[in-house]
Design a protein around this ligand. Structure first.
Ligand code: ZN
Length: 168
């Protein structure tokens, strides 16, 4: 499941609708603007219904302050989905949790708590779901076009090899 930033497919909307958090004068987090960059799954035919969040700051460039996982469906959905080998894995798909494989910092836990608070807003959850659907539609459309292109080439090839074909 390759996770790709929403902004790579939808740069304008992504820039406008990425949640940001301004922090000033807190002892648990350095001052700054934290962006919650969304990444969605790029695999054709997959329906994993989740988001990965990279917490970034413009002034620290590529540094990832935390990597979070969140799925908006219930745990049962991820259990049924069939790619989770255990109950624990299904729960980790649902989250929100810190991603075990991707970068974290000493501030990850605090940022996860902030993310939990953001998720209490139904608007934010709806926005994530909507972004996921847009992203997935684009992935499937691309795949379809690729397949049609392939079929088209196959047809041309078999025509070329058939005895009905005459060189122009
Ligand atoms: Zn997926």
């Amino acid at each position: 499941m390759p996770m790709t930033p929403f902004v790579t497919r939808f740069p304008e909307l992504g820039a406008r609708e990425t949640r940001a958090l301004r922090v000033t004068g807190r002892k648990e987090l350095p001052d700054g603007d934290y962006g919650f960059l969304e990444l969605y799954c790029d695999e054709p035919g997959c329906d994993c219904r989740r988001v990965m969040i990279d917490v970034l700051r413009e002034d620290t460039e590529d540094k990832i302050w935390a990597t979070l996982n969140y799925g908006w469906e219930n745990v049962e959905f991820y259990r049924q989905w069939g790619r989770c080998s255990s109950d624990r894995e299904a729960r980790a798909m649902k989250g929100p949790v810190l991603d075990p494989l991707n970068p974290q910092t000493q501030y990850s836990q605090v940022l996860l708590e902030r993310f939990r608070i953001l998720l209490q807003s139904p608007d934010y959850v709806q926005r994530l779901i909507h972004h996921y659907q847009m992203f997935r539609t684009a992935v499937e459309k691309e795949q379809l076009e690729r397949n049609i292109g392939k079929q088209h080439r196959n047809v041309q090839q078999s025509l070329r090899h058939s005895r009905y074909y005459r060189k122009p």
